[in-house]
Design a protein around this ligand. Structure first.
Ligand SMILES: C[S@@+](CC[C@H](N)C(=O)[O-])C[C@H]1O[C@@H](n2cnc3c(N)ncnc32)[C@H](O)[C@@H]1O
Length: 961
């Protein structure tokens, strides 16, 4: 467990408290004291993984969705009192720990996988929450609801929930979660096929009935689409080589073409192919062989199987290593500039490269045929939305290549399918309504139910659009179609994949409906309280309701352009179900202007104006929220440092001790402080699958920081920088030590320390610099960094002399060799000697040079029991050595060492790992920093293993944590 003992009402300092510190009219909540962060991290990372089965995230795509477990944990911990707040019940620290452990027990259960299958866990959490609120849960409000993780979990925990978002797409999907699915919970399906089934595998609990209807009417739509446009999706006649007969087509692989810049090619179009691989999967290799007729200038592609002679050439396609492509006919380079210029004149074409099909013997790759090309070209779509892409927008690249309309993101056949399916979704309401009446619904219910089914089918159409556009890729290593929004941007795709819309493989309407239905079926856990969803501009109108528990994940400065990205879905939702929600779909495109994003494109390229728009809106939003909050509960705010996509914004400037001062982060803190909040805790949450290892390399920031905030009291003091820093210095060290005692990952320490530090800074109405100007958040963060540095350095006092030398040397030179003279000064300063350090086996010298021994040079058979110069440095390095060993080693080996050196030295080694991590990170030695991080994060396993290996070694007491 991790605690934050920063004292926004410190118990040990009562006499020195400033006025705001003394005023704490409410008990601290768990989130303001401690969280089982490791379990929350693991559960959140799992939740983010693709392919974990039906999940509410599959209802509709949203960019950078918050993982459900962290949303759940934060809500729970914002309501549940920390035992420290009730000394009358738990008078001792020990008793408080026992009670906290009990609360953690509930939280840990809440972190289980597939929690929708464990309604009893939600029920237990709900009961605990009720207990902390005298039987009346507060109303939860999320004004930036987006993909809906926070409201959904609030609703499942039994809170009345209000969700708002500016974006109509987000509003619709939240409506599905909070209004539509719960409205029909426990109802049987109305379609005649399922209605006849009595007591089948599905008992129509939760949203299973609704899911069954979505599945059924989705099939009806497919059959109708087949009748209307089935001719565009013919089967593939197979050659004898492939066993004859017909194969069902899975996908067509296309490449864009551009006129060759080389006059020798006589104006022919040539393909832009990023790889010739169709399948690079072991045992199923398939690739394209280009065949060029130099005389006629014609070319085509043969599908080949087996291992190609020249792997590099196959991987490269017609790409050039230096960037750009090469002309297939003449080898002339094709620059991006040429492609852009042709694209903007509307002169890019496309050519079919190959076909993927399902033959009786399994998946096959076959040559494109003129019939298949002709069929694709015969589609003549009409009636599609004719809307413009933004001229420029965050993450959009395609406009550079002449794609300026949303419909241009589809091939004619894809567009025909979109229009057809959209019409059929629009028309299916009549069938549902009719069947609903037959099934016994009242006329009003039948209309309402048909609208719900249509809405979910429209969401399935969104999924279909994501999988059915000319920016989808074909993935060769594990062959499959990749949807457009596998990334949170719209980059250009040269060779794209067109799935068979009426087929049965990934990307088809059938699969999209099936997935939608599966996700609907896991929406309801049976504990839901009423939910309400509204389109709002959080900066201008929040909500009429007061006494709210606010938990929210606001926009990330300039990280994701939600409004521009979501137009892709909006135009089709509007076309299909716009008439059902006229208040949401009044505009041609998603409203852009009020969106809180620092997007210079919206301000004629003016960065400053964009920043101001974001900052002003943010402050207004939080100031309004402050007025609406139930004073018993802290506001919880998420800040996403880094999103899944590599393209998302990174750090701009790194503070001295590792707190990244991105503009977004600073803006958020600033907005909170200036709108009257005091930050009472900060929790780094890792939602990356590899959080324990790779992702925790030196510069790997947590995915999210969760902040707990309280309204600052109205009569808060003003203070000077000097006094504020003095309080930070007084309070931060114990908070940092506490975090270390509780084994926070070194990589997370700086971010977690912001909580206790900012808690001090933000308790004051104003902190004045010597010149009378207000101290900025940035200065406060830098000050917190500095104090953190000092805390690290102070820990040196506990180390032995040899170690003090090694640490100082490492901090300066790492493991580089330096002149003996430089070392000599340090030997004296640290009260040790070359001979002693050499004997200890931690240093190597010769020819007037000195350096630290590398870990791989340490004695692999080191036995501390026979070593008469054991040092903290050596213990740390050996522990890191065994924990990072590629072979052997591991927690049991580390436990053996720990048992041999004893708990005190082991504890020193762990503490030293924090310091060495910071030093390595500061120098940019990523691998080295990672190694120390691994040691600390593995400590619980080592601790567990010490018990097991005890019989082997000289019994020592159990390793403390
Ligand atoms: C980071 S996202 C929320 C993600 C969400 N927690 C999830 O799990 O998907 C931020 C949201 O703020 C919304 N937003 C942006 N400006 C807004 C405004 N002025 N008022 C309300 N919502 C806004 C965006 O549409 C976006 O959905």
């Amino acid at each position: 467990m991790l605690t934050q003992t920063s004292d926004w009402f410190p118990s040990d300092l009562n006499n020195q408290l400033t006025q705001p510190e003394r005023m704490t009219p409410y008990p601290k909540k768990l989130i303001e004291v401690a969280l089982p962060l490791a379990e929350i991290n693991d559960a959140s990372a799992y939740d983010k993984m693709p392919g974990i089965g039906p999940h509410p995230k599959g209802i509709h795509h949203w960019w950078a969705r918050l993982p459900l477990p962290v949303a759940r944990a934060v809500l729970f911990a914002s309501v549940v009192d920390d035992p420290e707040s009730h000394p009358e019940k738990w008078p001792t620290e020990e008793a408080q720990n026992v009670e906290r452990e009990r609360l953690f027990g509930i939280l840990r259960k809440m972190m289980a996988k597939k929690l929708h299958e464990a309604p009893e866990v939600y029920a237990e959490a709900h009961a605990e929450l009720m207990h902390h609120c005298d039987g009346h849960l507060p109303t939860v409000f999320d004004p930036f609801a987006g993909g809906g993780s926070i409201p959904l979990e609030a609703n499942r925990l039994g809170f009345e929930t209000h969700a708002g978002d500016l974006n109509p797409v987000a509003v619709v999907l939240n409506k599905c979660n909070l209004e539509l699915a719960p409205r029909w919970a426990g109802c049987s399906p109305v379609n005649p096929a399922d209605r006849q089934r009595i007591g089948g595998a599905e008992s129509w609990l939760g949203a299973h009935g609704l899911a069954a209807d979505v599945r059924h009417y989705g099939k009806v739509i497919r059959a109708r689409a087949q009748a209307q446009i089935g001719h565009l999706y013919p089967n593939m006649p197979l050659s004898k080589e492939h066993g004859g007969g017909d194969a069902k087509i899975i996908a067509w692989i296309w490449a864009r073409t551009v006129v060759s810049p080389n006059p020798a090619a006589q104006g022919k179009h040539v393909p832009l192919i990023s790889t010739y691989w169709l399948s690079s999967k072991k045992g199923a290799l398939a690739w394209l062989e280009p065949v060029v007729d130099k005389e006629t200038g014609n070319y085509w592609f043969k599908v080949r199987t087996g291992l190609p002679n020249d792997l590099t050439a196959i991987s490269a396609g017609t790409k050039m290593s230096k960037g750009g492509f090469r002309c297939l006919l003449t080898d002339a380079p094709i620059t991006f500039e040429h492609i852009r210029s042709e694209g903007q004149r509307g002169r890019l074409g496309s050519t079919m490269l190959a076909i993927v099909a399902e033959a009786p013997q399994g998946r096959i790759y076959v040559n494109a045929t003129p019939e298949q090309v002709r069929t694709a070209q015969s589609a003549t779509p009409s009636g599609y939305p004719d809307t413009n892409l933004p001229e420029e927008a965050l993450g959009f690249r395609i406009q550079n290549y002449g794609i300026r309309k949303h419909w241009e993101m589809f091939t004619p056949r894809q567009l025909t399918a979109m229009v057809t399916l959209s019409d059929l979704v629009k028309g299916i309401g009549v069938d549902v309504e009719r069947d609903g009446l037959v099934a016994g619904l009242s006329p009003q219910e039948a209309v309402s139910y048909s609208r719900s089914v249509m809405t979910f089918l429209a969401l399935a159409l969104s999924r279909f659009a994501d999988n059915n556009n000319n920016l989808c890729r074909w993935r060769a290593p594990n062959p499959a179609l990749i949807n457009l929004f596998a990334r949170q941007a719209i980059p250009m795709v040269w060779d794209f994949c067109e799935g068979n819309s009426l087929g049965e493989a990934i990307g088809s309407w059938q699969v999209c409906v099936e997935r939608e239905a599966a996700c609907i079926s896991v929406l309801i856990v049976g504990n839901e309280a009423p939910g309400f969803v509204k389109q709002i501009d959080a900066a201008n109108a929040v909500n009429g309701i007061a006494n709210l528990l606010v938990s929210t994940d606001p926009p990330y400065y300039d990280n994701i352009g939600y409004a521009a990205l979501s137009d892709f879905f909006y135009v089709w939702l509007r076309r299909s179900i716009g008439s059902l929600y006229p208040e949401l779909f009044g505009t041609l495109l998603v409203p852009k202007q009020p969106e809180l994003i620092a997007s210079p494109e919206r301000f004629g390229g003016d960065k400053q104006k964009a920043k101001e728009h974001f900052e002003v809106g943010f402050r207004k939003a939080f100031a309004a929220l402050r007025e609406k909050m139930d004073s018993r509960f802290p506001l919880s705010v998420y800040y996403a440092f880094k999103q899944d996509d590599e393209e998302s914004g990174g750090a701009e400037e790194t503070g001295e001790a590792g707190i990244d001062l991105t503009t977004g982060w600073e803006t958020l803190l600033d907005a909170l402080v200036s709108s009257g909040f005091q930050i009472t805790a900060t929790w780094p949450v890792r939602a990356s699958q590899a959080w324990r290892m790779r992702a925790m390399g030196s510069n790997a920031l947590a995915s999210y920081i969760v902040l707990a905030c309280r309204p600052r009291c109205a009569n808060a003091d003003m203070t000077t920088r000097r006094d504020c820093v003095a309080v930070i210095k007084r309070q931060l060290p114990s908070a940092v030590r506490q975090l270390q005692r509780e084994n926070i990952a070194p990589v997370d320490l700086a971010q977690a320390a912001i909580g206790p530090g900012m808690s001090v800074f933000s308790q004051y109405a104003t902190v004045l610099e010597a010149n009378g100007a207000p101290m900025s958040v940035r200065s406060a963060l830098l000050e917190i960094n500095r104090v953190l540095d000092e805390v690290m350095a102070e820990q040196e006092g506990d180390l032995d002399a040899d170690t003090r030398f090694c640490v100082a040397w490492f901090e300066q030179y790492g493991i580089a060799e330096r002149a003996y003279g430089e070392a000599e000064v340090l030997f004296i300063a640290k009260n040790t000697s070359f001979a002693g350090l050499e004997k200890a086996g931690v240093i190597i010298g010769g020819k007037g040079k000195v350096r630290l021994r590398r870990r791989e040079e340490l004695d692999p058979h080191w036995d501390p029991r026979t070593d008469d110069r054991v040092t903290d440095w050596k213990c740390t390095q050996h522990l890191v050595r065994v924990m990072t060993a590629e072979q052997g080693g591991g927690a049991s080996e580390a436990a053996r060492l720990v048992n041999a050196v004893g708990p005190a030295r082991a504890e020193n080694a762990r503490a030293l790992a924090y310091r060495l991590f910071t030093a390595a990170e500061r120098k940019g030695w990523a691998e080295e920093a990672l190694a120390y991080n691994i040691l600390v994060t593995s400590w619980p396993q080592i601790q567990a293993a010490t018990v097991k290996v005890e019989p082997d070694g000289p019994a020592q007491s159990r390793l403390p944590l």
